[in-house]
Design a protein around this ligand. Structure first.
Ligand code: FAD
Ligand code: FES
Length: 281
């Protein structure tokens, strides 16, 4: 059992938890993830490791409530326990000197990109971070992002912070002004796909951290399969980072839709039965 040592509401429906898991904290590297299961009947849910505290043995995860399992997780309180918290899983992000890197994060991807840019900066890369959210009120962890970036730029759909528009508008602008050696992106699939289309044309190496539906997280079930240059790969064991230009994006988009109807039924059932001591809508 794994204890939730701290719980913070960063924004409505976006929460940051620190979970006591000293073995994971000790070995986790940037880009890796955990799979949690709240209780013996729960489904397995992957979340990126958004930071560790070695001294206290804590692992930070930041998640958005989108469906049954993340709602259930959000309903737990400080001091509650999670049944399984397995990790670190997946391959760490390759850390090396590229030169100038544009790091793009969408939504809750901000929390996931922080450990990655922190490590890439340690080896003397210049980091230009671009963050995209719907509006100013959804920006999270701005101080940490500032600390780990040489330049931090925002795109909001409604123009309430930074540029009015999309991360791709800023990326196009940066690519005109700067010689960029690598682009790293994490966030919603349509965002990563759009970035890949821009950088492919300009022949700029681009890595994306994929977030498909996962089941076992051990390369056995095939739920997270993607096609890379025509070959089948499993995101849980071969990823989560992949060369964006070799991915079959249409397949990734369609596979995310596979369980939509079941997910809706599951959310409705959970909402009807919800009974916890600290949950707020
Ligand atoms: P469901 O009922 O399963 O789904 C609800 C809605 O969310 C549906 O519309 C569904 O299509 C969509 N959805 C489900 N799974 C995903 C997914 N993987 N990506 C995008 N949309 C999805 N989420 C975070 O908030 N923080 C993280 O740090 C994080 N890291 C991840 C790392 C990896 C390696 C992977 C594979 C996924 C990660 N995710 C992260 C996504 C997270 O696992 C899903 O949001 C979660 O599984 C949804 O479960 P649910 O039961 O709450 O929602
Ligand atoms: Fe089963 Fe990756 S989650 S193979």
């Amino acid at each position: 059992m794994y204890k939730i040592v701290s719980k913070k509401e960063l924004r409505p429906k976006i929460r940051s938890y620190e979970v006591y898991a000293p073995e994971i904290a000790k070995s986790a590297k940037a880009g890796q993830f955990v799979i949690f299961r709240i209780d013996e009947r729960g489904e397995r849910v992957p979340l990126t490791i958004a930071g560790t505290n070695l001294e206290k043995g804590l692992v930070r995860v930041v998640f958005q409530e989108v469906g049954k399992s993340t709602m259930h997780l959000a309903s737990l309180c400080e001091g509650d326990y999670i049944r399984d918290f397995l990790g670190p899983l997946g391959n760490p992000t390759k850390i090396k000197k590229y030169g100038t890197i544009v790091a793009v994060a969408g939504g809750v991807g901000v929390a996931e990109i922080i450990p990655v840019i922190k490590e890439l900066r340690k080896v003397n890369n210049k980091i230009i971070t671009i963050v995209g959210v719907r509006c100013k009120d959804l920006i999270i962890l701005e101080d940490e992002l500032k600390q780990e970036s040489d330049l931090l730029l925002f795109a909001t759909n409604d123009g309430t912070h930074g540029v009015k528009g999309f991360v791709t508008d800023i990326l196009n602008d940066v690519l005109i002004r700067e010689k960029v050696d690598m682009v790293y992106a994490i966030g919603p699939v349509p965002m990563m796909k759009a970035i890949s289309e821009i950088t492919k044309e300009k022949h700029i190496e681009t890595l994306v951290s994929l977030n498909p539906i996962m089941l076992d997280g051990s390369g056995m079930c095939g739920a997270c399969r993607v096609s890379v240059n025509g070959n089948t790969k499993f995101v849980c064991v071969d990823g989560p980072d992949f060369n964006a230009h070799l991915l079959n994006w249409e397949e990734i988009v369609s596979r995310l839709e596979l369980f939509k109807n079941f997910e809706k039924i599951s959310i409705d059932k959970f909402k009807n039965n919800r009974n916890c001591k600290c949950h707020k809508e």
